[in-house]
Design a binder for this molecule. Structure first.
Ligand code: FAD
Length: 413
């Protein structure tokens, strides 16, 4: 046994956790393993990182943060958590285009599942991957670059193609962000002005419990030179620092109230210095093409009485399209509907097919790192490049060393 995931809702079945200190050691380990899974920072809520063989962490490989200013790229060791590289990057004058709500997740784990932040013009974190180095099942070290054949299948890989050791990311000049929060966005505004709301800033998140009052909070992250708004689509400016969950300690959240600060200290919702303990929560998230956004919101609102007893909070955000085969925002800009659940495992498990059925008409794609119940046939409809990934995995990993029960179910492999 190798412990639990971050949320503690599952215990991994792996027989051992290896943390090689060199690429040579990693190659030998992979080549000898009949069954293996790479393990990142354990933040996924489902068994995607589990195996009955061995888990391999790349967190012990020598740390690398190498900026290539001319190419506007940074190459980082795959096991680094975003929070461990952002300040160094900032000090060198550079930034990543976006971050997830939490900076504590590993780069390789985030990109393997298509993790994203928010913003109409911001693609997922995986969309900024310009290159990868990975060790495939036979122990070979391979490098791939954007534009190479199959590259678009290799980034959001669900860990099926090998152990990623280095990731090259696009960078942009560093920038400052201000974060303004507004309280009480009515459903009427969301119905009439959704595109204007999500397009009103660099990154916008709406938090709701699906109650009659609409979105209790809007988190609006703008470039520092943007003028603050007195009013936000019927919502009032927050007069104090807030946590997405009413009543929770707000000092764990990144600085609000319009104070400008570096991108890495404003784009996540939670502060880097705040170390989350095991979270008493589960998460589910679906991404729907923008054309179905309101239909999807209405479908979840109709489920409010069933959802609310088990919900801590929902977040609504947007993600730009990318070309990556298994990305939840593959080829189309999306609205994401996220659920942070109470740790009500049986009740949430029973609700998952209900939510999936409600969102299926909206061509909803589940987030690979969270809990969901979607039949393989529907996954195939939502993710039409699944057969291409399967073929790529068959080529790079013919013995299915990196498959596990969950990925084989999803991919009907
Ligand atoms: C509190 C919290 C907040 C979150 N916020 C967001 C959010 O804002 N947006 C969002 O989209 N998601 C969010 N997530 C989900 C999270 O980003 C994903 O679950 C992500 O995959 C976690 O990364 P990890 O390093 O913990 O990966 P793990 O859970 O350890 O592994 C996930 C997958 O990545 C693969 N993997 C890990 N390392 C490697 C490697 N070196 N090579 C190949 N494959 C590898 C694993 O095999 C597995 O398939 C959140 C999760 C939590 C717990």
């Amino acid at each position: 046994m190798t412990g639990t995931n971050w949320a503690g809702n599952l215990t991994y079945h792996a027989t051992a956790l290896h943390q090689p200190g060199s690429i040579e050691e990693l190659s030998a380990l992979v080549a000898a393993a009949p069954s293996a899974r790479a393990l990142g920072s354990r933040h996924s809520f489902n068994a995607i990182a589990d195996t009955t063989g061995v888990q391999i962490s790349v967190a012990g490989l020598p740390p690398v943060v190498e900026v290539d200013a001319a190419a506007r790229e940074v190459t980082v060791s795959a096991g680094l958590r975003y929070g461990e590289l952002v300040e160094e990057l900032d000090q060198a004058g550079w930034a990543l285009h976006n971050l997830a709500s939490l900076p504590h997740i590993s780069v390789a784990g985030a990109i393997a599942t298509g993790t994203h932040g928010s913003g109409d013009r911001n693609g997922s974190l995986a969309s900024s991957v310009a290159g990868l180095e990975l060790v495939t099942a036979d122990g070979t070290v391979r490098s791939v670059r954007r534009g190479d054949p199959d590259f678009d299948g290799m980034v959001v890989s669900l860990g099926l193609l090998g152990v990623v050791t280095k990731v090259t990311l696009d960078i942009i000049p560093t920038f400052q962000i201000r974060q303004d929060l507004y309280e009480g966005v009515p459903w009427e505004s969301i119905e009439t002005d959704l595109d204007a709301i999500t397009g009103s800033a660099y990154s916008v998140s709406l938090f709701t419990d699906w109650g009659a009052g609409g979105a209790g909070q809007a988190w609006v992250k703008s470039r520092a030179d943007a003028a603050p708004r007195e009013e936000f689509f019927g919502a009032r400016p927050a007069a104090r620092q807030l946590h997405p969950l009413p009543g929770e300690q707000a000092d764990v959240a990144t600085t609000q109230l319009g104070a400008a600060g570096p991108w890495w200290d404003r784009l996540p919702h939670f502060r880097l210095g705040f170390t989350p303990s095991n979270g008493e929560e589960l998460q589910t998230e679906y991404l729907v093409p923008r054309e179905h956004a309101l239909e999807a919101i209405r479908a979840v609102r109709a489920l409010a009485p069933r959802v609310q007893p088990h919900l801590l909070i929902s977040e609504i955000r947007t993600i730009a399209a990318d070309a990556l085969w298994l990305s939840p925002s593959h080829s189309v800009g999306c609205l994401a509907i996220h659920f942070t659940w109470r740790m009500h495992v049986p009740e949430v498990t029973a609700l998952l097919p209900v939510i999936d059925a409600a969102l299926a008409p909206c061509a909803a794609r589940p987030h690979w790192g969270k809990v969901f119940e979607t039949a393989p046939q529907r996954l195939l409809e939502a993710y039409p490049r699944i057969p291409d990934l399967r073929a790529l995995a068959d080529r790079l990993d013919p013995e299915q060393t990196f498959a596990n029960r969950l990925t084989s179910h999803w991919l009907s492999r």
